[in-house]
Design a protein around this ligand. Structure first.
Ligand code: MG
Length: 271
């Protein structure tokens, strides 16, 4: 009998041998893989759904599209009515870029960059830009502008439609640092959207960078920069630099070669 039972698996063996039926054996605990562990998920695992439900902090209510397309908690930086939030970078004078009747603004060539009067750190930024339908120039000289975060880090604006240039300086690149994941431009003459999430770097008291900034860019709904590390400033010539800084303005570039780039619907949410 013992020999017969020995060929059966354990549960049948017990029954077959006339022993009392017991609780089925539990599956072994899965091995804990090495790596990240979370203190809040240590100890006795909850056995009811209520134990893993949170009721605070309650997220604030934000109404999308409540300010002509901007969320209710956004600061509108440009809605076509004027340049109240902006100043010329060169001397803090009144903006002399073109204010258009369709609610947009256009770079006034060789007048210089413009920037926000207010300074910002971490942010979510929305803006729309358009390169002219009547194409002029080639490479970096075709509708070149740019959006500088913290006044230092440029997300490239460029008409790259059938227009080849170095890819780490093409449209939606973090200039000369990060090639975009895709070329997502609409045809020249149509409006592009940029949605940018920027996290500023941290510096210690001695001015050393101790944590890099990061940037995420969505171009016309397409993820083109995925939380990439900002390695420093974005110069035309030379290595990125890391001067210590706090908050800074958002700056829009006049590339000085008749870019005729236009902007509209600019708003920001500080994070
Ligand atoms: Mg540029």
């Amino acid at each position: 009998m013992i020999r017969i039972c020995s060929v059966l698996f354990l549960g049948i063996l017990f029954v077959g041998c006339g022993q009392k039926e017991s609780t089925p054996p539990q599956p072994p605990e899965p091995p804990t893989p090495p790596g990240i562990s979370y203190p809040e998920y240590q100890g006795q695992e909850p056995t009811t759904p209520e134990e893993t439900e949170a009721y605070e902090p309650v997220p604030p209510v934000v109404t999308p599209d409540s300010q002509n397309g901007a969320p209710s908690d956004a600061l509108v930086l440009f809605d076509g009515s004027g340049f109240e939030q902006w100043t010329m970078t060169r001397d803090s004078s009144e903006v002399i870029w073109h204010l258009n009747e369709d609610g947009s603004m256009t770079v006034a060539d060789k007048t210089g960059d413009i920037q926000t009067k207010q300074n910002f750190g971490d942010l979510q930024l929305h803006l729309e830009w358009r390169s002219p339908a009547d194409i002029q120039g080639a490479g970096q000289s075709r509708a070149n502008s740019g959006v500088f975060l913290n006044n230092l880090y440029e997300v490239q604006v460029l008409d790259n439609n059938d227009n080849t240039t170095y890819v780490n300086g093409q449209v939606a690149s973090l200039y000369k640092q990060h090639i975009p994941l895709a070329m997502a431009s609409v045809p020249s003459g149509e409006w592009n959207t940029y949605d940018i999430i920027y996290r500023a770097p941290d510096f210690d008291a001695a001015g050393n960078k101790v944590k890099s900034g990061t940037i995420t860019v969505i171009h016309n709904g397409v993820l083109v920069q995925d939380h990439v590390e900002i390695k420093g400033t974005t110069p035309y010539i030379g290595w990125p630099k890391n001067p210590p800084h706090g908050k800074g303005p958002i700056r829009l570039q006049d590339h000085g070669d008749n870019s005729r780039v236009s902007y509209r619907n600019i708003w920001i949410r500080e994070l």
